[in-house]
Design a protein around this ligand. Structure first.
Ligand SMILES: Cc1ncc(C[n+]2csc(CCOP(=O)(O)OP(=O)(O)O)c2C)c(N)n1
Length: 699
């Protein structure tokens, strides 16, 4: 069998179709020209195929963009967003023409790349190439998972398609292979990707960099592939879409030979059509050449608008039809219908966090990854919307939900996902699942490999998506694997992402509290940073502040033994909290009264009131920070009297406890540094990790 079918028809587009397509083209051209910024080329070349999709295939309701069973559309090539904004306006979404005229301007609903939450009808924030495609895979996974959970014989209440429009850049990015491979493996037949195969990227022809057979590549991933040679051939694109919808066993890629900057006499098929306005003169020539009025700009012919606006009646009818089907479903399965509304609305079930376990010192030592695994086992059955897994590290990350089955083509009801060694796609798929709604997605890997999924993590934060990351092997304390596997700079890196909450619990009970925070956070991602090595457990009888303290980010775990002001405050996170407690004992023997503040989340602590933060960290008390990570970032607590025992070199391969000792994570060094900061109250004390004793053994 040939890897791809080539579809050709000779039907010229009917006049109305052409009018509508040109309306989209010239709205995009005028938007970019008015802003004097943006990308006219892709919209001009892809308008016809986007029209074929929105006019003939896509099921959506402009008056209710959040209707749960709508088809999803993602413009992965987010730089071409003028096309999407034009579509949203003409089809009747709440995006007035005035907004199109404010393209890329401050405060507009038409930002330079589509932003989820800013513009109704935008299903995902896109722009970093490749991410939108993998988001689509996540949405298609969510669709089949929810269908498996909720559909019943005679009741198809979850039944929609996911469409993605990609460009060369999307398919060049490695994530497209990761995500494409997963989608093919999972037989996601309701995922349909339109590829604007225009042979041009920023630096020129794709002959420079991109010469493999893309069709063969996706066919090898297990996709159904089709090619349409003439981009303006609406009927053929519509036929290819129909074929793709009928192909339920394989995801579909439809490569359409488009022409960047279509119609522009001097810029069509050149990189010049890509990232800048056409220019006044070229706009004039293009409009004249295509029989379009040169002025006024933003011209929308009445016939075209009337045709586009039929989307409103069409969409309302589709939604009404679904609602009546849902009613019948609710009659037969009232509990399931209520459950569907609950998960789509991101409401947690009553009592989901009742009687969570509390561990005692007799349970220790216990690695926080193990405690996290126990929480996943407990929460999994209580929260059937929890679905996730790891990038081939399940036995290490403890991310499995016992008895919940594997998510695989034969069983899309399984909730344990196997992402394979594909962190970047895993992150973007989790985003797609969260964007779809109906699931609480989570994914795990070693903390150091969070670097491989930083791009989707950043987008999760930007989209305010409730995604949970389970990162284990969280410091040099993981030991023998050596510096390639020992995170140093990852903590500060993730903490610096706006909207990301990083939680590094110190023991099993803090881990329970951290999971409670993670599940309860409906807006924005949470990274749980967990140890490989066993840690003592804080008995809640001795440390009653733990459950209420963790959600505040930082709290007093053990106070100065004297009433009133401590001599010094030891701030620590994760495994180093135990060291701080030991240091406190030793300092007491030396006549120094220390308070220990456990700070599992600097992000959450920073969001507390000034009064609370002053209560925990009075401004005039010297601080010693102990954390097996980069010292950068703790400057937010900076005063003249602070020292940090941190790590500003890479790690080393040796048993974890030996590595920790060589890097200065010892009671002796805690006391030495505490005395330094106490003895030198006026001058800035350098990071302890810069001192020779903490450097030894690093190389
Ligand atoms: C990850 C990532 N790298 C780089 C860019 C910058 N960028 C925007 S568009 C583009 C390439 C444009 O080529 P193509 O994807 O074929 O789009 P077209 O030329 O068809 O508009 C690049 C490199 C980006 N948006 N995302």
């Amino acid at each position: 069998m040939a890897p791809s079918e080539t579809l050709v028809t000779i039907i010229a587009p009917p006049a109305l179709d052409e009018l509508c397509i040109n309306t989209l083209r010239f709205l995009a051209v005028d938007m970019v020209q008015k802003a004097n910024s943006g990308h006219p080329g892709l919209p001009m070349g892809s308008a016809a195929m986007a029209y074929a999709l929105w006019d003939r295939s896509l099921s959506y309701n402009p008056r209710d963009p959040h209707w749960p069973d709508r088809d999803r559309f993602i413009l992965s090539a987010g730089h071409g967003c003028a096309l999407l904004y034009a579509l949203l306006h003409v089809t009747g979404f709440d995006l007035p023409l005035e907004e199109l005229k404010k393209f890329r301007q401050w405060g507009s609903r038409t930002p330079g790349h589509p932003e989820y939450g800013k513009t109704l009808g935008v299903e995902a924030t896109t722009g970093p190439l490749g991410q939108g495609l993998a988001n689509g895979v996540g949405m298609a996974i969510a669709e089949v998972a929810l269908a498996a959970r909720f559909n019943r014989p005679g009741h198809q209440i979850v039944d929609h398609f996911t469409y993605v429009l990609v460009s060369d850049g999307d398919l060049e990015e490695g994530i497209s292979s990761e995500a494409g491979s997963i989608a093919g493996h999972e037989h996601l037949g309701k995922l349909i990707v339109l590829y604007a195969d225009n042979h041009i990227t920023i630096e020129g022809s794709t002959e420079l960099t991109f010469t493999e057979d893309r069709m063969a590549r996706f066919a090898a991933f297990g996709w159904h592939v089709q090619r349409v040679e003439r981009s303006n051939d609406v009927e053929t694109v519509a036929l290819a879409l129909k074929n793709a919808r009928e192909e339920r066993d394989r995801p579909s890629l439809i490569a359409v030979r488009t022409h960047i900057g279509f119609g522009s006499p001097h810029k069509q098929d050149t990189a010049a059509a890509h990232g800048e306005a056409l220019g006044v003169e070229e706009v004039r020539l293009t409009k004249e050449g295509m029989d379009w009025p040169v002025s006024p700009s933003f011209h929308i012919p009445e016939d075209a608008l009337e045709h586009f606006r039929r989307a409103v009646t069409r969409g309302s009818a589709a939604q009404v039809e679904w609602e009546s089907r849902f009613k019948a479903f609710a009659k037969d399965y009232p509990d399931l219908a209520a459950e569907f509304h609950r998960v789509i609305g991101r409401h947690l079930p009553e009592g989901w966090d009742a009687e969570l376990p509390s561990f005692t010192s007799a349970d220790g030592p216990m690695a926080t990854r193990v405690a996290s695994g126990k929480m996943i086992e407990i929460l999994g059955p209580r929260l059937p919307e929890m679905m996730g897994g790891s990038a081939d590290l399940g036995p290490s990350t403890h991310t499995n939900i016992d008895g919940a089955g594997n998510f695989e083509p034969e069983d899309w009801a399984g909730r344990n996902m196997h992402f394979g060694i594909r962190e970047n796609a895993m992150g973007a798929i989790l985003n797609g699942m969260a964007l779809h709604r109906g699931l609480i997605p989570y994914g795990g890997t070693f903390f150091v490999f969070s670097d491989y999924m930083r791009p989707p993590m950043r987008l999760a934060a930007m989209n305010a998506l409730p995604v949970i990351y389970v990162f284990t092997h969280d410091s040099i304390g993981m030991g023998e694997d050596g510096p390639t596997h020992q995170p140093v700079e990852q903590l500060v890196g993730l903490r610096s992402i706006p909207g990301m909450v990083v939680l590094r619990p110190a023991d099993a009970n803090e881990t329970v509290a951290a999971w409670r925070v993670a599940i309860g956070r409906k807006q924005g991602p949470v990274a749980l940073v967990l140890t490989r090595q066993g840690l003592p457990v804080f008995d809640l009888n001795s440390y009653p502040a733990v459950p209420a303290g963790v959600p505040l980010g930082g709290y007093i775990l053990a106070d100065s033994p004297t009433i009133g002001r401590p001599d010094i405050i030891l701030i620590a996170t994760g495994s180093e909290v135990h060291l701080a407690l030991e240091g406190r004992e030793q300092l007491l023997a030396e006549g120094v009264h220390a308070r220990v503040v456990s700070m599992p989340s600097t992000n959450l602590f920073a969001s507390q009131s000034d009064d609370y933060r002053e209560e925990i960290l009075p401004a005039d008390v010297p601080l010693l920070v102990i954390e097996a990570g980069s010292p950068i970032g703790w400057q937010s607590f900076v005063g003249p009297r602070i020292a940090v025992i941190g790590i500003d070199t890479f790690g080393s391969s040796a048993p974890g406890s030996v590595v920790m000792k060589h890097y200065g994570f010892t009671v002796e060094n805690v006391c030495r540094q505490a005395h330094r900061v106490l003895d030198k109250p006026k001058e800035k004390v350098p990071c302890a990790s810069e001192s020779p004793q903490t450097m030894e053994g690093s190389f």
